[in-house]
Design a protein around this ligand. Structure first.
Ligand code: C2O
Length: 476
């Protein structure tokens, strides 16, 4: 099943990638018009909490997913099957390495490729369910810190996936969903990745500060997680999939590995929320204007497969306007309006031993730094941890007792890809502007504390190897 060389679809898509958008294969996304209602009034993509209030609507969705899953159970190659659909993600996301031309993670294709993929998937469900108003409901993890009922109910096709969810009753922590309490500006945004000021990273050191990531290919052949692909994207993958056991015998859930992630129906609900946050981000005209306008970006296209196996070509310019793709969102607020805001911090007694600890001196000048510059904690020369990991970074005065948790300044995750880790970048960057102001002139301790991914209580993570940790400054 994972033998890529026997998969004609992958060969096709690779060929078209190599030649860029110049090659036209099969029908374009617009060719779907007749079968999936393209061009009609856009449907509204709903929060699953709203979507599930209509039991007929939910039953139609479940029925279509079940039909696709049943088809794959009978014949894994059935193009109408759920597995065939999931494998499109495997073919683009679990490649021989971060620099592979077909890889759409770790670069500026990330958010747009996933938009196209969700759109193709929801059109298939629209077709199979016969529910012409269907749009794939998203999971608002800022508000709902556990997998929503509709995607978790035992026996539901929407919960038919390999999952080893963590036993923490409060679910995803604030750090895992990018809610930063240490900085009032970032806290106000709800998801700190929304603070990114530009779409494209022009240099590899800016990848994690950009919303869209770096061009592929690029002269330095450097890749990495953009702001939102880092957190919340990665931590939510690890949370939803989890893992059983630890060390070499660990078994990950579907979502814990990019090769299998899209087999879990929650995948499209997770990416739907990321996609919605892209719209939230681009409500700011300056953000939207920072999106690349070159042919290298706009005319680049990806090939998906429709229910009958025919290829569908979707270019980046096809996906920038969601109404052209046939949907809008019920709202663009980070949190669901009128829902209580959940705050879940990593409880101190739950904390595992740090996988890295380092003392740093903070210059006195940091205290008065009010010139609009931002301070970053940069960790460079980071070696591939080769394990599923979600890690939070804490700062505290160097003389603070070991039991003191400190201030959480960021979270990062390592998501597997085909059983191994495609480590995209040896650099980790965290905005520590607000925290560092308080520590001017002091010595501080930086601690990298892993989260529990799976259920085993005695997990031990290997130390994280890196070359350097330092505080850097970026002028506005
Ligand atoms: Cu292509 Cu969240 O993975």
């Amino acid at each position: 099943m994972s033998n890529r060389s026997n998969n004609p679809y992958t060969e096709t898509s690779r060929r078209s990638l190599v030649k860029g958008g110049a090659v036209l294969l099969g029908i374009s996304v617009f060719g779907l018009a007749s079968r999936s209602g393209y061009g009609q009034v856009p449907r509204t993509r709903m929060d699953i909490a709203t979507f599930a209030q209509d039991s007929t609507r939910l039953a139609n969705f479940e029925g279509a997913v079940k039909e696709m899953q049943d088809r794959s159970a009978r014949d894994p190659d059935d193009p109408k099957g759920w597995l065939a659909n999931a494998n499109m993600h495997r073919d683009f996301c679990s490649t021989p390495g971060p620099s592979d031309a077909a890889q759409i993670h770790f670069c500026w294709w990330f958010i747009g490729w996933h938009r196209a993929y969700i759109s193709v998937t929801e059109r298939k469900i629209r077709e199979i369910s016969g529910d012409d108003s269907f749009s794939y409901p998203y999971w608002n993890w800022s508000t709902d810190r556990n997998i929503p009922d509709a995607y978790a109910r035992q026996g539901s096709p929407l919960a038919n996936a390999v999952r080893f969810p963590r036993t923490n009753p409060s679910g995803l922590t604030d750090g895992e969903v990018g809610l930063r309490h240490d900085d009032p500006d970032l806290e106000r945004l709800g998801v700190s990745a929304l603070a990114a000021r530009i779409f494209e990273a022009k240099r590899s050191s800016d990848i994690s500060r950009s919303f869209g990531g770096i061009a592929r290919p690029n002269t330095d052949n450097q890749f990495g997680n953009n702001a939102i692909e880092g957190t919340p994207h990665g931590p939510v993958h690890n949370f939803a999939g989890g893992q059983q056991g630890f060390g070499d015998s660990a078994v990950g859930g579907d979502m814990t590995d990019f090769e299998t992630a899209a087999r879990d129906p929650i995948f499209f609900a997770h990416h739907g929320n990321l996609d919605r946050l892209w719209e939230t981000w681009r409500q700011n005209p300056a953000h939207k204007q920072s999106e690349p306008t070159t042919d290298a970006f706009l005319k680049h296209s990806f090939v998906f497969k429709w229910l009958d196996g025919t290829p569908i070509e979707v270019s980046m310019s096809d996906v920038l306007d969601t109404t052209k793709l046939g949907y809008t969102y019920d709202h663009l607020n980070v949190f669901r309006p009128n829902a209580p805001i959940v705050m879940a911090q990593q409880a101190a007694p739950d904390r595992l031993a740090p996988i890295a600890t380092q003392k740093l001196s903070v210059p006195l000048a940091a205290q008065g730094a009010d010139d609009g510059s931002r301070k970053y904690l940069e960790i460079t020369g980071v070696a591939n941890p080769n394990a599923s990991l979600t890690v939070s970074v804490y700062l505290k005065p160097a003389n603070a007792p070991a039991t003191e948790a400190g201030t959480e300044v960021g979270t990062f995750a390592v998501v597997k890809s085909g059983g191994k880790v495609d480590w995209p970048s040896d650099r980790l960057v965290f905005d520590v502007t607000s925290a560092i102001r308080r520590f001017g002139g002091q010595e501080i301790t930086v601690e990298l504390v892993p989260h529990r991914i799976g259920g085993s209580p005695d997990q031990k993570y290997a130390p994280l190897k890196y070359e350097k940790m330092e505080i850097t400054t970026q002028r506005p």
